[in-house]
Design a protein around this ligand. Structure first.
Ligand code: 4AD
Ligand code: MG
Length: 479
């Protein structure tokens, strides 16, 4: 197996020969190459004997160039690192013209995150994005590890689907065409409805409905895949394409669903604390640096790793929607003593300012809100005995707002049919979903966690566009 820098840095420097390939981060005094291969935030220092190296070759060791270095791994002579390479040979694998590099974000200086977004294909070579993307990868591994260890089965639900799981109508239409022989209507226009799939289809907004059918056969399942929302939200918390994790469990009620969500989140947060130390240290330092230029009141109340430890070690506060409304009605959130959208009455949907007030100012910890009014939630949630609330839960996180949305599902066929009739959801479309309530129906629950919101939380980044390689949002799909 090829060795990468993350492994080399842990080796005993016994003067043994190694070869390593990577990209030049800096080259000082014609002598010290800081080499990075993406395996870690840390660079490998490679010391060149410049007096005995061809000057034409030295000129080609420039920031951004890909090189292969061979030499002996020895204890570092200077401070700052424990080992270094005493270079015997350098090969240029791919040049990077310094004049052209100056026009890019590879130029070693501070670039704004907006600027980095414009060069999304190069930003992974910066320290910040390297750290974020390594952390993202570790987090997805932790997600699978948690569910597999708990005996869940991973199901792959369709991306192209005929149903609207959330009933919100925020879907991207799929207009698949047999381009050579498109189906045409009487006027000769392409008939998208009849084409390819024989019915109108869209990109999935959630794999929940299909996951439910699998939970009612495999018991405990989870999905982890891309989902799509055509909502026109230009915010730092919304993407048009995001990854969602959706566990679904037969025989779980809402309390068990909350237990599962809390245990799961704590597990993956602990996992990154234990397995991403170098990247977290870097990201934490970056935030502390950023905070120095902010007024005291806007600074983060806790360092990044303390914030993660806090979530991993403390109970999430569980509060009913009704209790939350009482708290909000009696609160003075700021100097003006008023929310932008004041809570007028029971039944209103909560705005993100309300959610963040509850989490950041009132409870000062993650909050699980449950038993929401039926009329602001999706059709599939189980109606409570009061006839006006449903067994829904949202988990709210500091700095993020809603990170999880879930519920106990309506398992009673007649109640579900009645609700669908009221909302004008066609039984013909969802005949397969209703079948699960006909044949061995049982209580069951699940939730959806927006993966990018979790990555935001774990990295301390503040814009969701900076935690996915190629963000999709309105007017943006250049890459
Ligand atoms: O609350 P949502 O819409 O719930 C569902 O889709 C359910 N079917 C889930 C389930 O019960 N299986 O979405 C779930 C989560 C949200 O809490 C949020 O974290 C994330 O998905 N999310 C988004 N993340 C990024 N961009 C968007 N546009 C998002 N919309 C939802
Ligand atoms: Mg939601």
């Amino acid at each position: 197996m090829k060795k990468t820098i993350v492994h080399i840095l842990k080796e005993e420097p016994k003067g043994h020969e190694i070869t390593v390939r990577g990209w030049v981060r800096s080259f000082r005094a014609n002598r010290f190459i800081a080499l990075n291969d993406g395996s870690t935030i840390n660079n490998l220092q490679c010391v060149v004997d410049f007096e005995n190296t061809d000057s034409a070759l030295l000129k080609r060791i420039t920031v951004g160039a890909a090189i292969a270095v061979s030499g002996n791994l020895i204890e570092s002579q200077g401070g700052g690192q424990s080992v270094e390479v005493d270079v015997k040979d350098v090969k240029i694998l791919g040049d990077a013209d310094p004049e052209e590099v100056k026009m890019t974000i590879l130029q070693p200086k501070r670039h704004s995150l907006e600027k980095l977004r414009e060069q999304a294909h190069l930003r992974v070579r910066t320290n910040t994005f390297g750290a974020v993307m390594r952390l993202r990868s570790k987090l997805s591994f932790a997600v699978h590890e948690y569910f597999q260890k708990e005996g869940f089965y991973y199901v792959n639900t369709p991306i192209i689907t005929g149903s609207d799981a959330e009933g919100a109508g925020e879907m991207f239409k799929v207009t698949a065409q047999d381009l050579k022989n498109p189906a045409k209507d009487k006027e000769g226009n392409i008939d998208y409805k009849k084409d390819f799939f024989g019915k109108e289809t869209n990109l999935t907004v959630s794999g929940q409905l299909e996951a439910e059918t699998y939970a009612l056969g495999l018991g405990q399942v989870y999905t982890f895949g891309p989902t799509f929302r055509a909502e026109n939200s230009n915010t730092s918390r919304h993407l048009a394409e995001f990854w969602m994790i959706e566990p679904e469990v037969a025989f779980n009620d809402l309390d068990m669903n909350m237990d599962l969500a809390e245990d799961f989140i704590k597990y993956v947060v602990k996992y990154v604390l234990d397995n991403c130390q170098d990247d977290l240290e870097f990201l934490e330092g970056r935030l502390i640096q950023e905070d120095k230029s902010k007024p005291e009141a806007d600074r983060a109340p806790m360092a990044l790793r303390d914030k993660l430890r806090f979530v991993a070690d403390n109970h999430f506060k569980r509060v009913s929607y009704t209790e939350a409304i009482d708290i909000l009605k009696n609160s003075k959130p700021n100097k003006k003593k008023q929310f932008k959208y004041p809570i007028e009455e029971w039944g209103a949907d909560l705005q993100s300012e309300h959610e963040r007030f509850l989490v950041e100012k009132h409870f000062k910890c993650p909050v699980i809100l449950f038993d929401y009014p039926a009329n602001i939630k999706a059709f599939y949630m189980r109606l409570n005995e009061d006839g006006k609330t449903v067994r829904a839960m949202d988990i709210l996180f500091p700095g993020i707002g809603e990170i999880v949305g879930g519920s106990q599902r309506e398992e009673r066929l007649d109640v579900l049919q009645e609700k669908m009739a009221v909302l004008d959801i066609s039984e013909e479309e969802l005949w397969w979903y209703l079948d699960t309530r006909r044949f061995g129906t049982c209580i069951h629950s699940g939730f959806g966690l927006g993966f990018e919101r979790l990555v935001l939380f774990a990295t301390g980044m503040t814009n969701i566009r900076d935690v996915i390689p190629y963000p999709r949002f309105p007017q943006n799909a250049e890459f």
